[in-house]
Design a protein around this ligand. Sequence first.
Ligand code: AMP
Ligand code: ZN
Length: 606
Amino acid sequence: VANPPDRAKDDSSVGAKNGQLSRAGSLTVLRRTNSKSKLASSSSSRTSSIAESDSYASVDLGTDKLPPIDTPEASHVCSIRLRNILRRIQNGEVPKEDLYKNLEYAASVLESVYVDETSTVKDTTKNSIEPPTPQPKSSKERLTDEDDELSEVEPDAVPTEVRDWLALTFTRSMNNVRRRGQEKPKFRSVAHAIRAGIMVDRIYRRLSSSSTLHIPPAVLQLLKGMDDWSFDVFALNSAADGHSLKYVGYELLQKYDLVTKYKINSSMLDSFLLQLEAGYSKYKNPYHNLVHGADVTQTVHNILSQSKLAHWLTDLEVFATIVAALIHDFEHTGTTNNFHIQTGSEFALLYNDKAVLENHHICASFRIMRSEESNILNHLSREEYREFRALVIEMVLATDMSFHFQQLKNMKNLLGMPENIDKQKALSLVLHCADISHPAKDWSLHHRWTNQLLEEFFKQGDREQELGLPISPLCDREKTLVAESQIGFIDFIVDPSFTVMTEMLEKILTPLQKAARSEEAISEEVFDKSDKSKYVLSTPWADCLAINKNKWKEQAAKDAEERKRKEAEEKSKVPNSNTNNNTTKAPVPADKATPVVNCSTGKGGN
Ligand code: AMP
Ligand code: ZN
């Protein structure tokens, strides 16, 4: 066979769409250590890395031992084989029969994928679903009245400290309620959505498992679990040598084909992700660090993909959602909004005591995205940029915990109305839930996150003590009731949030299901056949929440025993415990242990 043109070095030979390796998508970028250095040409290095790393590339060119054409690994193996052949063609080493057999195999693999896609989904492109009818504005405008649902909590249900902390952190005053313009959500064509979903899922699974990506093998292995609810982000971070955020960001932008769609330059993306990681590491926080950023982003992805909510969204909305999750705690100072306000910090001054940290996360990360070396948005049109920015701002501002009760109440009201759910509100709730999701994950993950968060709170408490400020609830390392606080957090914050989010997803996705059924294209994993009228979502968080709450209850009982024992011990040490003298302090009752911080201001802390 005569040497053909050098296609392996030709960018255009490496397709960019729908599961072919995109050039921008080559993870050559991940091998770089210096974000400012220029990328080496990736095509040839990818080619050789494939050849070296895979046994299909080193054996003879027979096709007998290749996997059956309709198996998941076939296309991956096929791509490796074709790359190998390309390489060998350059040296004139490929016998014609081998070339013929391999091309035949490749064609069959492609045909099997094509047949598979078209038979799974009936061609419905001619009958795309009409967007739902717009609803009058007036009913939505009734929803913005603030209230404090904590007032419904029985006074004795939680210790005072936990109640104070809930009030301080998760409520806010009336005047901060944001209103948005009405936007009518639109469904994409159902056929398009389902086809795209199936394609993206399948293709991405292949791409993720591909040895063509320059990701350390251990990281690659762990990234395969990205769709799991209790994904172990700590394990990923260890395997990734502390770069979990970068890998999660890169992986997801590839998965949703956003790198190709928005022509994101690999070098800029690399620089952007590395700068994000640096910002998350700036204050060396035990909890609000890059692993938390990676965790929240992966959780958002889990919700979008497992519920199939992603099908309801445009590419730009998915892009904004992932970026919002990635940046949502950028340059977090490891202290709460309330601490910024009380200490009159620069940030508090800059943002007038309103959503202090959240404003900073957004502002500082848009600054990065605007910079020349990290401008991942430079191919967005003016209109796309405006929409993207508005959505990111809305979502990240809604991670201000003081907005929590208002946010839930607004969404509950929307759920009771006939109109469609505002996409920005829906996505904001998804991000908020992901942000507080660790109590709804496996105990080992939740327990570790809780310890890290409390350590961060305690450090703030230490600083407050040094500054002569009242120690904030949950920030006193000597007195905080850890187990009780977690029970309160689960009962009053996390559980209600996930309940509302579940109802919201059902409301959004039920019409999609109905439309899909009418097109005879129901995806069985998503829609429960036993109840044909309702979308049934898998809710792995529900079991985890119940299990974790029980564990904390057991822990609370043990802690109470321990406190009693210590109290008795203390008493027995003091000969005359009734007389208060100057040298002996009376033990503080456990449920009054932490000083009460005035929360009547309604100012929230994050
Ligand atoms: P963010 O600060 O954006 O990560 O929002 C999450 C907030 O939820 C934290 O700052 C805490 O206020 C709260 N939170 C998360 N996990 C816990 C937990 N285990 N116990 C108490 N509060 C928590
Ligand atoms: Zn967060």
